[in-house]
Design a protein around this ligand. Structure first.
Ligand SMILES: NC(=O)c1ccc[n+]([C@@H]2O[C@H](COP(=O)([O-])OP(=O)(O)OC[C@H]3O[C@@H](n4cnc5c(N)ncnc54)[C@H](OP(=O)(O)O)[C@@H]3O)[C@@H](O)[C@H]2O)c1
Length: 285
C-alpha cells in the first residue's frame, strides 16, 4: 500500500493521477485532513483516511498497514511545522513503514536564510534517525508558484516587484516532480537512501524571468527589485499572518543568497526526458 499525505494538495493529487496510470486504486491510500477533500479519491475507488499532521494519534492510525509513504511537507511554518513533520515520521516508525519519500527543500540546512531549509533539515535528520529507508526530493521552487510571488495586479501591468536581487532560481515544474515521485514510489528499492536535488535545467534571475515572460506574452515585463522590508509591508497589507510573512520573506532572502540557484540533471535522469522549460509554463499562464 502506498500512502500519500496532503493527498488533495496540488502535488499530492498530481502524484495520485500518475500512480493510477500504473497501479490499481486499491493499492493507493490518500490521506487528507478534511474528509470532504477525500471524496474525489473515494469516487475513484481508493480508501481514504483522515489525519492531521498536528495530531500524532490521528497519524498513528492513518499509517496502519502502510508500506511506502509519500510524505508531503506541511504548509505550517516555524516550530509548528517542524513538530508536525516529526509526528508523521514517528507514526511511520511505529507502524513499520518500509520507505518514506519526503518532499524536502533544495538546500536543507540550519544555517540558511530560508526557514523551510531548517524544517527540511530537521525532518530529513529525523527520518535518517528512524532508520526507515528514504528518498528525499529536495525541490527547488515550483514554477507554478511564480504567479503567487508577485501581486496579481502587478503581473497584469507587466511589473514584477520582488526582493530577489540578482539571485538565481532553478524553477522546476511541480507536475514533473509529481511524475518522478510516483515513479519512485512504485520502485522505491531502486532509490533507497537517496537525496535528489530536484531542479529545472536552467536557473534565472528575476530580470531574466521578466525577459522570459516578455518573449511569450504580448506585452512588456519589468523586474522591480524592492527591499525585503517593502515586501514585508506588502504581505502585511494583504493581512497574511505574521509567521507566514516571515517565512515568505526568508524565502526571498534565501533567493538573494542563491539558495535556490543549484542546477542538476537529476530530474531529467529520473524522468528519462527533458524537464518542462520555464517559457513553456509561462506561455500557459
Ligand atoms: N518548492 C516550492 O516551490 C513549494 C511551493 C509551495 C509549497 N511547497 C511545499 O510543498 C508541499 C506540497 O506542495 P503543494 O503545491 O501540493 O501544496 P498545497 O497544494 O498547499 O498542498 C498542501 C497539502 O498539505 C496538506 N496539509 C497542510 N497542513 C496539514 C496538516 N497539518 N495536516 C494534514 N495535512 C496538511 C494540505 O491539506 P489542506 O488542503 O487541508 O490544507 C494539502 O493537502 C507544500 O505542503 C509545501 O510544504 C513547496
Amino acid at each position: 500500500m502506498i500512502a500519500i499525505t496532503g493527498a488533495n494538495g496540488h502535488l499530492g493529487s498530481l502524484i495520485i493521477d500518475h500512480l493510477l496510470q500504473s497501479i490499481s486504486p486499491g493499492t493507493i491510500l490518500p490521506i487528507v485532513r478534511d474528509q470532504v477533500k477525500g471524496l474525489p479519491f473515494k469516487k475513484k475507488g481508493m480508501e481514504v483516511r483522515v489525519a492531521n499532521y498536528a495530531d500524532l494519534r490521528s497519524y498513528l492510525k492513518a499509517l496502519e498497514g502502510v508500506k511506502v509513504l509519500i510524505q508531503i511537507s506541511t504548509t505550517s511554518v516555524g516550530e509548528q511545522g517542524i513538530k508536525e513533520e516529526m509526528n508523521v515520521v514517528s507514526a511511520a516508525k511505529v507502524n513499520g513503514v518500509e520507505h518514506i519519500i519526503y518532499t524536502s527543500s533544495l538546500a536543507p540546512s540550519l544555517n540558511h536564510q530560508f526557514q523551510g531549509a531548517t524544517q527540511a533539515y530537521s525532518t530529513e535528520s529525523e527520518i535518517k534517525l528512524s532508520q526507515i529507508p528514504y528518498t528525499f526530493f529536495r525541490n527547488s521552487l515550483y514554477m507554478e508558484v511564480i504567479p503567487s510571488l508577485v501581486d496579481p495586479t502587478c503581473l497584469e501591468k507587466g511589473i514584477l516587484p520582488y526582493p530577489a536581487g540578482n539571485g538565481r532560481i532553478s524553477f522546476v515544474s511541480r507536475a514533473d516532480i509529481a511524475e518522478a515521485m510516483a515513479m519512485v514510489a512504485i520502485h522505491p528499492e531502486e532509490h533507497k537512501n537517496q537525496a535528489y536535488e530536484i531542479t529545472g535545467n536552467q536557473s534565472f534571475t528575476f530580470s531574466e524571468l521578466a525577459d522570459q515572460l516578455q518573449k511569450v506574452k504580448p506585452r512588456t515585463f519589468k523586474y522591480l527589485d524592492i527591499s525585503i522590508g517593502e515586501y514585508h509591508d506588502t504581505l502585511r497589507q494583504y493581512q497574511i499572518p505574521e509567521p507566514t510573512t516571515e517565512f515568505l520573506s526568508s524565502m526571498a532572502a534565501g533567493i538573494q543568497k542563491d539558495e535556490f540557484a543549484l542546477v542538476t540533471n537529476t530530474l531529467e535522469e529520473l524522468l528519462e526526458r527533458k524537464p518542462t522549460m520555464l517559457h513553456r509554463y509561462l506561455k500557459g499562464l
